[in-house]
Write a protein that binds this ligand. Structure first.
Ligand code: FAD
Length: 398
């Protein structure tokens, strides 16, 4: 079966890796991965990339994310403990009364779901993150099963393994439209003018998926990234090496941080992220990156490293915050999601199963489901959960 995957982000790369060298239906899967830039050039390459199932509000979705954490552990094991995947734990604290209460309730709800979540003392926090200077009197939670993936490296590893297993990887060429014969999608037209024929075309083009699907008259309910104030664009900054300063993921009221494989820090803050849209001038992006560094230095007094790079990047953000995964019409399948770093490899496993026989775990996430019109946030409400469903009230955090 000839399978063309459009988009080499974490979703497309994980899918190519999962399908290449295997069989789908009766025949061997002949996989082609197409990216208009290079694998990892989209959201996956600049993501905060915290692996978590930290939102208890929807137990079924929480379970999907817990399974996704397991899928990452298995996948990383196959790559032999790669530096781009770490289960470091995540430490989060709250320093105002209403948010302290919310954090305590969240820990209780997550614990009741069997998730590793606990409130910890200031002494325990000093053991976990000795270089941190948190606010006095904070309530602190620790989630020992969470961690991070470094998106660019993970995507490169997955696309590389797919190539080794026989996938063809085409870079620097866009798919400009889906080709149709009647109702059936028969492949894509490339920017070169060539047609790439396929028995199955999988759209994993992230935020650009809606535009590509529209060429075949298919709608996809994504938040409009171009709209002023859109929740889809975000901002991350990466520092130079700051060895030994941070052990795991940290969510504080002012700043989120995680280490990189090179010993630097990725920085993100919900208020600065939410203030960023596609109209934000470069000078403001620069100022926000500097602000992220100031906040990091306030939390980590030993931090002398500077910002090496910052990026405004755009999330594919489904209108209800949940994955959009499934067939649309003959020959066409879509795989677009928020929280794609956490979900990528597990969705790839589920999609591989779905191509053989309808996969029940994907039933709630079909792209043609009725979608409530409420606007998701990129961040999960007032507390520390990268799920995008609880609205934008309070001191939202990713
Ligand atoms: C600031 C920020 C922080 C985030 N934090 C987290 C987090 O902590 N945890 C988490 O799990 N998730 C997080 N996310 C979300 C996560 O990064 C995304 O859900 C995920 O990266 C999406 O992956 P993707 O493969 O769908 O899209 P992308 O990574 O955007 O990849 C899409 C690819 O398609 C290519 N493409 C597009 N159009 C075409 C075309 N027509 N032809 C060919 N190629 C095309 C692009 O070049 C790109 O490489 C964050 C996102 C942002 C922006």
């Amino acid at each position: 079966m000839r399978i063309v995957i459009i988009g080499g982000g974490i979703i497309g790369a994980a899918l190519a890796d999962r399908l290449a060298g295997g069989t789908v239906g009766e025949g061997a899967a002949e996989v082609t991965l197409v990216d208009r830039d290079r694998p990892g050039a989209g959201a996956s390459g600049a993501s905060f990339a915290w692996l978590n199932a930290n939102d208890p509000s929807d137990p079924a979705y929480h379970s999907l994310r817990v399974a996704a954490l397991g899928a990452w552990r298995r996948l990383a094991g196959e790559f032999g403990d790669p530096g781009w995947f770490r289960v470091t734990g995540n430490t989060a604290w709250a320093d105002t009364e209403p948010v302290k209460t919310l954090l305590s309730e969240r820990v209780a709800r997550l614990s009741a779901l069997g998730y590793r979540a606990e409130l910890i003392t200031a002494g325990r926090l000093r053991e976990i993150e000795p270089s941190l200077r948190p606010a006095a009197g904070a309530v602190t939670a620790h989630y020992s099963g969470e961690g991070w993936v470094h998106g660019p490296d993970a995507v490169a590893a997955l696309a590389g393994r797919a190539r080794d297993a026989g996938a063809r990887v085409i870079t620097g060429v866009p798919a400009t439209r889906l080709n149709l014969r009647g109702e059936r999608v028969t492949g894509v037209r490339l920017g070169t003018g060539d047609d790439l024929d396929a028995d199955l075309t999988i759209c994993a083009a992230g935020r650009h998926s809606a535009a590509l699907l529209a060429t075949a008259g298919v709608g996809l309910p994504l938040v409009d990234a171009e709209a002023p104030g859109s929740a889809a664009p975000g901002l991350t900054a990466t520092t130079g090496p700051a060895p030994g300063l941070l052990n795991g993921v940290v969510h504080s009221p002012a700043l989120d941080m995680r280490p990189t494989p090179e010993g630097g820090l990725v920085l993100e803050a919900a208020d600065l992220d939410e203030a960023t849209d596609l109209g934000t001038p470069p000078a403001d992006l620069h100022a926000r990156a500097a602000e992220l560094l100031d906040r990091a230095r306030a939390l980590l007094p030993g931090l002398t490293a500077r910002i090496e790079r910052f990026r405004r990047c755009v999330r594919p953000l489904p209108a209800d915050g949940r994955p959009l995964v499934g067939p649309h019409r003959p020959g066409l399948y879509t795989a677009v999601t928020h929280s794609g770093i956490t979900l990528g490899p597990h969705l790839a496993d589920l999609i591989a199963a779905d191509l053989r026989d309808e996969e029940a775990a994907l039933a709630p996430y079909r792209p043609d489901r009725p979608i409530r019109a409420e606007m998701p946030s990129a961040h999960a409400g007032p507390l520390f959960g990268y799920a995008g469903t609880e609205g934008r009230d309070g001191a939202a955090r990713s």
